[in-house]
Design a protein around this ligand. Structure first.
Ligand code: GCO
Ligand code: MG
Length: 402
């Protein structure tokens, strides 16, 4: 029997910080998994290094499900983003190994293709409406079939989702940047730019918008109702999801579809959202929701309730997660859309991925496993740098959801 011989944890900042787990078997097969939790990277690295690596050594790498149960049930202190991200990394690395041992790309192990390619959306943004419109045009010219639109709220300055450099990177400071937030200003302004996008470019592509947890349920209901004529593909994270029941109120008022789940880490965190049909798209990911094994379980539950998938794919999810996501997306019957923001050039020097983009779609690598190589030597050129996500404050100084 092949055994897990070595498990190594790498922390590097090529363009931004990524935590990567590499597992090596006694047969010399390696598998990699993403363990990046934006702004809390070292907590996961330590969880892996101190608490999981010692448990992995000597175990059978082929027993993926058993390993998942062992790390989840066997921890006693269950769930939470740190634990689930660490479990995800192990699970993803074991799927990579299984694919290599079988000589098959991971999507073949998941049942093969359900579709030819994976439709993605990217992020258009602007400091003002004309800049946003230019950016939307740029993505449509690149062949995207779906575009997310975000613009800075005039005179407030703290809007979520506005890109400054080439790649959108909110975790940019060594301590959290404090950004202002004004709900009324946002509610008055955001619908007008979504309308401007539809007026200028029509309805021949999917338009998305991320509210990023900023509204109360009744405010979100008002927003969704107001933008119905824009026929959004979705409004994302309209309100924080700790209270799953609160989405019922939004639902009762608007037909604008709802997407939730990038910050949720288990099937239990989305159980009522799905079974009560309170959302249309579930955004859980390979890296934060327990790896390929657990994500498939979430997506299968979602399929029973006509909820489709729309996995998170921001820059802080490494190319390993993107590759794993594409293997899952191409195989599940209820795929909806995949977020695809791309990565900095330095990131691509460290992670060599076989995922390809063409005409608004992503395609998986046909290499055995996930089809991503982690270059440890290149990574050593980019030592870890601490970076935090911003914190939002209302105009009266009180803390708001960022
Ligand atoms: C998105 C997300 C991200 C998150 C980021 C946090 O929809 O892409 O909201 O941009 O803010 O991943 O780490
Ligand atoms: Mg989001």
């Amino acid at each position: 029997m092949s055994k897990i011989e070595r498990a190594e944890v790498f922390v590097a900042s090529p363009g931004r910080t990524f935590v990567t787990l590499r597992i090596t078997t006694s047969d010399g097969v390696t598998g990699i998994g993403d363990a990046t939790l934006n702004g809390r990277e070292l907590a996961v690295a330590s969880y892996l290094q101190e608490h999981l690596v010692p448990l992995l050594i000597g175990k059978d790498p082929a027993r993926i499900e058993d390993m998942w149960q062992y790390l989840y049930r066997g921890a006693y202190w269950r769930r939470g983003p740190v634990t689930m991200t660490a479990i995800s990394a192990v699970d993803t690395a074991l799927w990579d190994i299984k694919g290599k041992v079988a000589g098959l790309p991971v999507y073949q192990l998941l049942g093969g293709r359900s579709r030819d390619g994976v439709m993605v959306y990217s992020h258009a943004s602007g400091a003002d409406v004309p800049a946003l419109l230019d950016d939307v045009e740029r993505f449509l010219d690149l062949g995207y079939k779906a575009v997310r639109a975000q613009a800075a709220v005039p005179d407030v300055g703290g809007s979520y989702g506005v890109r400054k450099g080439k790649v959108y990177e909110p975790a940019a400071t060594s301590l959290p940047d404090e950004q202002p937030w004004d709900t009324e200003a946002y509610l008055g302004f955001a619908p007008t730019y979504l309308e401007a996008v539809r007026e200028q470019f029509g309805f021949g592509f999917h338009l998305l918008h991320d509210i990023h947890h900023r509204l109360t349920p009744i405010e979100a209901a008002r927003f969704g109702k107001r933008v119905e004529d824009c026929r959004l593909f979705w409004m994302e994270d309209p309100t924080p999801a700790e209270n799953q029941e609160s989405f019922r109120l939004i639902r009762q008022h608007t037909t604008t579809p709802i997407a939730v789940g990038e910050a949720l880490t288990s099937i239990w965190d989305v159980q009522h959202l799905i079974t009560e049909q309170l959302i249309d798209y579930v955004r859980t990911t390979v890296v934060h929701a327990g790896g390929i094994t657990h994500l498939r379980r979430i997506f299968d539950l979602a399929a029973l309730y006509q909820v489709r998938t729309g996995s998170h794919g921001a820059t802080d999810l490494s190319p390993i997660t993107l590759a794993a996501a594409v293997h899952v997306d191409i195989s599940v019957p209820n795929f909806g859309i995949q977020e695809y923001m791309g990565h900095a050039d330095e990131t691509a020097e460290v992670f060599r991925s076989g995922v390809t983009f063409s005409d608004g779609m992503l395609y998986p690598s046909e290499e055995p496993g996930l089809g991503v190589e982690y270059d440890e030597k290149e990574a050593a050129r980019f030592p870890y740098e601490a970076r935090y996500l911003p914190v939002a404050r209302r105009l009266d100084g009180s803390v708001h959801d960022w």
